[in-house]
Design a protein around this ligand. Structure first.
Ligand SMILES: [Mg+2]
Length: 222
């Protein structure tokens, strides 16, 4: 009996170590792979980084919201990629041209770079499901509140959504981030944020911040 039970114990120990080895073989590479995946902050543009001018087409009207540059510096220093995701239905509605939009995008990218803030990417969606003209009239997976632009960034830069954040001044920004299952989706009270924060909506931000700086200090790097 004693020999038999010793053998059983040995078998259990062998089985246990085999399971441990298998676990290491399978889960360890997964854990390493996940830790190698990058992190990013997805940022709305108008009302979050720059003042919302309503269909901005003139580079001279690009003006940063308060404390944006130091906030973005901190994110870069902490190893976050910065990706702008912006709805630009003004293009689809025929209010601004693609080249006017691109001039503003290039100007903003340069201004940030001159302040030592490199952007990893800017994605924009020109479509609108009702007001778009011609090819721009479409229900599109990239237009926020849909998460298409965020999915594109996650894929392009091999990012781990559980380490990524979304910051925006509208509930559609929050919905897009939540649709992509990001770690935290923060509404800022700049731009339309103050008014949006009072809305009785199914979309509930993970946090509400005064501005981008507050979001970074108190909800991202906290
Ligand atoms: Mg906005």
């Amino acid at each position: 009996m004693q020999i038999l039970s010793l053998l059983s114990v040995k078998r259990v120990i062998n089985l246990h170590s085999a399971i441990s080895e298998l676990t290491c073989l399978f889960f360890l590479p997964c854990a390493i792979l996940l830790s190698l995946m990058g992190k990013a902050v997805f940022l709305d543009r108008d009302g979050t980084i720059i003042q919302d001018r309503h269909y901005l087409r003139d580079v001279n009207e690009v003006a940063f919201e308060d404390r944006v540059v130091p906030a973005l510096h901190m994110l870069v220093a902490a190893g976050f990629k910065l990706i702008i995701v912006t709805n630009q239905s003004g293009i689809g509605r025929g209010i601004i041209s693609v080249s006017e939009y691109e001039a503003v995008e290039a100007h903003l990218t340069q201004r940030l770079l001159a302040n030592e803030v490199p952007l990893a990417a800017t994605y924009y969606c020109p479509n609108h499901p009702k007001e778009g003209q011609g090819e721009y009239k479409q229900e599109c997976g990239f237009r926020k509140p849909k998460p298409g632009m965020i999915f594109k960034g996650l894929e392009q830069f091999q990012l781990d959504p559980a380490q990524c954040y979304m910051v925006g001044d509208k509930l559609i920004d929050i919905a897009a981030g939540q649709g992509a299952k990001l770690k935290k989706n923060i509404l800022v009270r700049t731009g339309y944020g103050a008014e949006q924060s009072k809305k009785n909506s199914e979309i509930v931000p993970d946090a509400i911040a005064e501005d981008l700086y507050d979001a970074v200090v108190n909800h991202i790097l906290d």
